[in-house]
Design a binder for this molecule. Structure first.
Ligand code: ZN
Length: 328
């Protein structure tokens, strides 16, 4: 067995869980990592003296040189409890140059019986010098069905169609699906659908104001509001994508929303193929403007007015317009 491994794959697919399982294997006196002995439990609680986890601190961009130095000190000692020492380095996609150089030294001359698991979303984000010292292991994304099944194991009250929706939205990442479940993305989608159901030229600005108010409720600064609006956009896109899939005759197991209310909405207010594509283009445009620091309220107004125009065929040239230059 080598001493350094690079586990890579998208966020939330279980790289860290896998690394913890491997750490238990290497430290558990039973070998194989039984998962319930005092040693395994101390690994899980991160209180094992020969087990070290280095993670990006909140509000920082990547692992810091000080963290790597601290790790180097810790692993320079002989194993305290057993024979092996295990280090997990999460978030290696954002390793600073200094930290990378320090880590490289450690990987080149590792202390005896010390194993390293580096986790990264993208391999290319790491210097070749580090990659060449590691055995690369791709952690595969989950299937939609497996994500939905795992979600329902942890939340048995979650109806199957809602679990399926979260799984499709999470694109193979159980961590993301769990996060969306906790953050009540389903309620948010239903709320947005309610707004779309009532959208007319008479209430479009009021409705844009309500969406803006909900985005502003997010705890946090303007940056958090931008993120929140982008999340709204990706939810809205699930409706447009469904309309496209329906127009193309794709079966319902490919749709995001198959609950009775959404189906009713598609029947009564569905867009044609070209309108649904235009709606997605509106989303892309809105996202680009938000990323370019345009005023969030104006972008939302422009988006809602654009949608209303798709539905009610109002001529171009009316309603508020924004461009990336209207910053604020
Ligand atoms: Zn054990």
């Amino acid at each position: 067995m080598g001493h350094a491994f690079l586990l890579h794959g998208p966020a939330g697919i279980g790289k860290k869980r896998l690394a913890f399982a491997l750490a238990r294997m290497l430290l558990c006196p039973d070998r194989g990592g039984c998962g319930h002995c005092p040693t395994c439990l101390r690994v899980d609680r991160q209180t094992h003296a020969d087990f070290h986890v280095v993670e990006r601190e909140k509000q920082t961009r990547g692992l810091k040189i000080e963290q790597i130095r601290e790790l180097q000190e810790q692993i320079s000692l002989r194993p305290m409890e057993g024979q092996n020492k295990v280090c997990i380095l999460a978030d290696c996609q954002s390793l600073g140059e200094e930290a990378a150089n320090a880590l490289l030294k450690t990987l080149e001359e590792p202390p005896p019986r010390t194993f390293f698991f580096l986790l990264t979303e993208i391999c290319d984000a790491l210097p070749d010098t580090i990659r060449s010292r590691c055995q690369e292991i791709r952690v595969p994304a989950w299937t939609t069905r497996d994500v939905a099944a795992a979600l329902r194991r942890s939340a048995p009250d979650l109806p199957q169609d809602r679990a399926d929706f979260l799984a499709r939205l999470a694109e193979g990442s159980l961590g993301r699906a769990e996060e969306m479940h906790r953050s009540e993305v389903l309620q948010q989608a239903a709320w947005l659908l309610g707004k779309l159901e009532t959208l007319t030229p008479a209430n479009e600005l009021q409705l844009a104001g309500e969406i803006h108010a909900s985005v502003r409720q997010t705890q946090g600064n303007l940056e958090a509001q931008r993120d929140e609006f982008r999340r709204c956009l990706s939810l809205l896109n699930t409706f447009w994508r469904d309309m496209i899939y329906r127009s193309l005759g794709l079966p319902p197991d490919r749709w995001f929303h198959t609950d009775a209310r959404s189906l009713q909405f598609y029947e009564t207010r569905g867009l044609t193929l070209s309108q649904a594509i235009a709606a997605i283009e509106l989303s892309f445009q809105a996202e680009a403007w938000v990323l370019a620091n345009a005023n969030v309220h104006l972008v939302i107004e422009n988006y809602v007015v654009g949608l209303c125009r798709l539905w009610h065929g109002r001529p171009d040239g009316e309603g508020p317009r924004v461009s990336p230059s209207s910053a604020g």
